[in-house]
Design a protein around this ligand. Structure first.
Ligand SMILES: Nc1ncnc2c1ncn2[C@@H]1O[C@H](COP(=O)(O)OP(=O)(O)O)[C@@H](O)[C@H]1O
Ligand SMILES: O=C(CO)[C@@H](O)[C@H](O)COP(=O)(O)O
Length: 490
């Protein structure tokens, strides 16, 4: 049989066709625009996601035996608020995971309702990108739109709804809404009250590997697929990526270098970060995970390359970089504010340390290193919770860069295991579909049989030492700049 994995990312939707043995048959990618209507705001149109997903599926199955397609599932960019009216029309563009406009609502949730109560209800505190503060923002700033809301959903759930007519979500993605009682895997009545919504507006909850429904007749016809194709709930893109890199069960780690940068640590036990810097979420394997998320990772490199120095030739620019561990330029990668661990929407991108002999390649290097240092910040929080890691998997567009992987191995002092495909969330989505269709007994079995490590980047002790000294300097820059970020905020 064949399974389709849909990774509804921020830069594009990536679609992957996998056979029953886990072999990738084809990958297709379709881009859509992102809108920044005000500084710190970030929106996309759910209709664009759907149109491009449909086009992508059609292209993906072209030339394949369509009768063999048995299941579809997803990894989706998390936290985005999609709201539908009584006619199932999208009320306004989706507010995305990296949208920082909800600072007043976050302040209310964290400081008036209080972090302790939020943590008791949901296992997490509020960050500007989370869904509950976005609902409050619509309530406060666009009351006419708030009054129209009949259904609330997350980005990938909008696609599942359009494909099946079932208003559903999964526990991993629902965890990032700040509306789910993560430990007990149920909606929080207290959080619904706080946000002024009714539970019936929220999607039905499923495990990621459960079937939510089958393709609607008109959708099946449009795609040339059978109405029997099962649609599984899928997962937030980080949980799906973890499945696609075999980061399941106890104590495994995955780093995703997409638009965002995440460090994801799986656990069979529920646990919270007492410092509230890492998210405590449900995993797609039926268990839990902790995660640090930086808002701009591969997107910092893209911004530097394409918008500032004006080149798309990442590899060529990276070849100019010499002297790892010896650069005197630092870069704070906070182009969209920062989530983990600083939780500061006012933080901004910053270069520091340039001299008259600084070269363009030093600045390119600083951007790549700055992202790795910022990931290390989240790793340090995990270490302070007693979590000991020796190795990590890696995925996402940035993982295509051998140099970046080397920097990450040495800056985080972790062995970096490289998987056959960087398409973590799309592969994870296809694997979840295969589990839902009974091809594998559970997610752990699918991961054990499908995921293959093809290379490992080992940290080099001499470089680790050099980077350790540089990390100690990097750590000092954010606290020194923080008061300035508050002054220059726009
Ligand atoms: N060789 C590379 N080096 C660094 N970044 C890369 C490379 N190839 C792709 N990227 C970056 O990866 C990002 C896209 O990764 P992806 O995981 O698909 O993100 P998303 O899921 O957020 O859409 C883009 O920012 C792109 O510039
Ligand atoms: O907000 C988070 C995780 O909490 C992000 O990781 C989003 O889920 C977007 O992911 P990418 O588009 O970067 O894959």
């Amino acid at each position: 049989m064949l399974y389709i994995g849909v990774d509804l990312g921020t830069s594009a939707v990536k679609l992957l066709l996998m056979d029953g043995e886990g072999k990738i048959q084809k990958i297709v990618s379709k881009e859509y625009p992102i809108f920044f209507p005000n500084p710190g705001w970030s929106e996309q149109k759910p209709e664009d996601w759907f149109v491009q997903t449909m086009e992508g599926i059609k292209e993906l199955v072209q030339g394949a035996d369509k009768s063999q397609v048995a299941g579809i599932s997803f990894g989706g960019q998390m936290h985005g608020l999609v709201i539908l009216d009584e006619n199932d029309e999208v009320i306004r563009p989706a507010l995305l995971w990296n949208d920082g406009r909800t600072f007043e609502e976050c302040d209310y949730l964290n400081n008036v309702i209080g972090k302790e109560k939020l943590s008791e209800y949901t296992a997490n505190i509020s960050f500007t990108g989370f869904t509950a503060p976005k609902i409050l923002w619509v309530k406060n700033k666009e009351p006419e739109n708030f009054a129209k809301i009949r259904k609330i959903m997350l980005p990938k759930d909008y696609i599942a709804y359009k494909l099946t007519g079932v208003h559903c979500t999964d526990f991993s993605d629902a965890s990032g809404m700040l509306l789910l009682d993560v430990k007990n895997r149920r909606w929080s009545a207290q959080m619904c009250d706080i946000c002024g919504i009714r539970e019936e507006m929220l999607p039905k909850l499923f495990e990621s590997y459960e079937c939510v429904g089958r393709l609607k007749k008109e959708i099946a016809q449009a795609l040339g697929l059978s109405e029997n194709v099962k649609v599984a709930a899928g997962a937030g893109d980080n949980a799906a990526a973890a499945v696609g890199t075999g980061t399941v069960g106890e104590g495994m780690c995955n780093i995703s270098l997409g638009t965002s940068g995440t460090i994801f640590i799986s656990s069979k036990k529920f646990g919270v970060d007492t410092y509230n810097a890492l998210h405590a979420f449900a995993h797609a394997d039926g268990y839990y995970h902790l995660m640090g998320c930086m808002l701009s990772a591969a997107s910092c490199n893209k911004w530097w390359m394409e918008d500032i120095i004006g080149t798309g030739e990442y590899g060529k620019e990276q070849q100019e970089i010499t002297g790892l561990g010896e650069n005197h330029v630092y870069f704070l990668p906070y182009l969209m504010g920062e989530r983990s661990p600083h939780n500061n929407p006012n933080a901004r991108g910053t270069f520091i340390g340039m001299t008259m002999d600084t070269k363009r390649s030093d600045m390119t290097q600083a951007v790549l290193e700055g992202v790795a240092f910022a990931l290390r910040d989240s790793l340090e929080v995990a270490k302070s919770l007693g979590i000991h890691l020796e190795r990590t998997k890696i995925c996402g567009g940035g993982a295509k860069s051998p140099l970046w992987k080397k920097m990450i191995a040495n800056i985080l002092n972790l062995k970096v295991d490289v998987i056959e495909s960087e398409e973590g969330p799309a592969l994870g989505g296809a694997m979840l579909a295969a589990v839902a269709c009974g091809e594998y007994k559970n997610v752990e079995e699918a991961a054990a049989k499908i995921v293959r490590i093809v290379d490992t980047v080992d940290p080099d002790p001499a470089l680790v030492e050099k980077y350790e000294a540089r990390y100690q300097q990097f750590k000092e820059i954010y606290p020194a700049c923080k008061p300035l970020f508050d002054i220059i905020k726009n």
